[in-house]
Design a protein around this ligand. Structure first.
Ligand SMILES: CC(C)(COP(=O)(O)OP(=O)(O)OC[C@H]1O[C@@H](n2cnc3c(N)ncnc32)[C@H](O)[C@@H]1OP(=O)(O)O)[C@@H](O)C(=O)NCCC(=O)NCCS
Length: 324
């Protein structure tokens, strides 16, 4: 344990500010977390863990750690973006994992963000926490909890047969030129959609532009993978009407970061075809599996993914707080 950690060994549980710790204090916790992401979700978490280590050592990461008898049992961090707080990660050691400990950490992040000047919203998708509808959450009266599925397909055995596209259209690989049209498509596709309650970037073209920028530039959802990212255009108007974007979360695992189709051409086989093309390319490029996340209540999408061959391997919560 590094010298800067001054726990009170007699104190059973203690929440401490991450700024009191150094990366070496979190080393074994983050190592365990990286192993968990790899074995449970086939996801390389190393780059995200590196960012955590770097920012903790710069005393620049908001969040806290749960100490038990002087040892780090878990941690949470959050970032503030204008009027929004994002809980970026929460992890409790497997051997100590309980809803009570996780809730201590959730509460330790919620409280300062709710009280931060100008913050009106908190979002978080906590993939290392299990979803249980009966589970109590801190600030339950003002927190919405959404069930999300982590789904995976085995690309070695998937059939990926062509469907029947019932609308004249053509498909192109992703190009950054499509950024603005894609942002408009996302805002239209998610108008009134439950996912707009979970991620408010889906609600406007400006928000969707930031969402796309994050996906393409930053490694949070894996490394953006252009060859398997495709967009569809209506044949007659040339209007962009659908997209399926992919990233790599390990060298052998793809992740579909976004799929959507314009409401005007929905149900004509375009979503299925775009997804199929992304998956076929991922397989051709050596991926043995692919994953995606979907809101459980988005039943049409879940049904489409199941028909293609995806299976839900984890349920996790998305937490949303909306202030005034
Ligand atoms: C999910 C989504 C991408 C699917 O795209 P799509 O182009 O409508 O999908 P498809 O037409 O390929 O539909 C796949 C199948 O579901 C069927 N289907 C589509 N919508 C349906 C509906 N509302 N009810 C019943 N069946 C439906 C289609 O007939 C098709 O069946 P088939 O392949 O056997 O003919 C699209 O609905 C969408 O953009 N939704 C909003 C954004 C969203 O939820 N994205 C996913 C987030 S994880």
């Amino acid at each position: 344990m590094a010298a800067r950690l001054h726990p009170a060994p007699d104190r059973q549980q203690e929440i401490v500010d991450l700024r009191c710790l150094s990366a070496s204090d979190l080393a074994s916790l983050l190592e365990e977390e990286c192993r968990a992401w790899r074995t449970e979700l086939e996801w390389d978490f190393e780059k995200s863990a590196d960012l955590v280590r770097r920012f903790v050592d710069m005393n620049a990461l908001n969040g806290s750690a749960l100490l038990e008898h002087g040892q780090v049992a878990g941690y949470v961090y959050y970032v503030l973006e204008e009027d929004k707080g994002l809980i970026g990660d929460l992890y409790v050691r497997r051997e100590l994992r309980t809803a009570e400990r996780e809730n201590l950490l959730i509460a330790s992040a919620l409280e300062p963000v709710m009280n931060a000047p100008g913050v009106t919203r908190i979002e978080s998708q906590l993939m290392m926490i299990g979803y249980d509808p009966a589970r109590p959450v801190p600030s339950a009266g003002c927190l919405s909890v959404f069930e999300r599925n982590f789904m995976r397909i085995d690309l070695k055995h998937a059939v990926l047969g062509k469907g029947n596209v019932r609308r004249p259209m053509y498909v192109e690989k992703w190009s950054d030129h499509y950024h603005d049209a894609a942002a408009q498509l996302i805002a239209a596709a998610y108008s009134g959609h439950i996912d707009g309650r979970i991620n408010d970037q889906y609600r406007t073209s400006d928000g969707a532009r930031r969402f796309l920028h994050n996906i393409v530039q930053y490694p949070g959802c894996g490394l953006f993978y252009r060859p398997a990212s495709v967009v569809a255009f209506e044949a007659v108007s040339g209007r962009l009407c659908g997209l399926s974007l992919a990233s790599l979360v390990t060298a052998e695992t793809g992740h579909l970061t976004q799929i959507c189709v314009s409401p005007t051409v929905r149900g004509t086989g375009i979503g299925h075809e775009l997804m199929r093309q992304s998956l076929v390319t991922l397989r051709e490029m050596g991926c043995t599996s692919a994953s995606l996340t979907v809101t459980a209540a988005n039943e049409d999408a879940v049904a489409l993914y199941q028909r293609v061959g995806f299976e839900t391997i984890r349920r996790f919560p998305a937490l949303v707080w909306e202030g005034f």
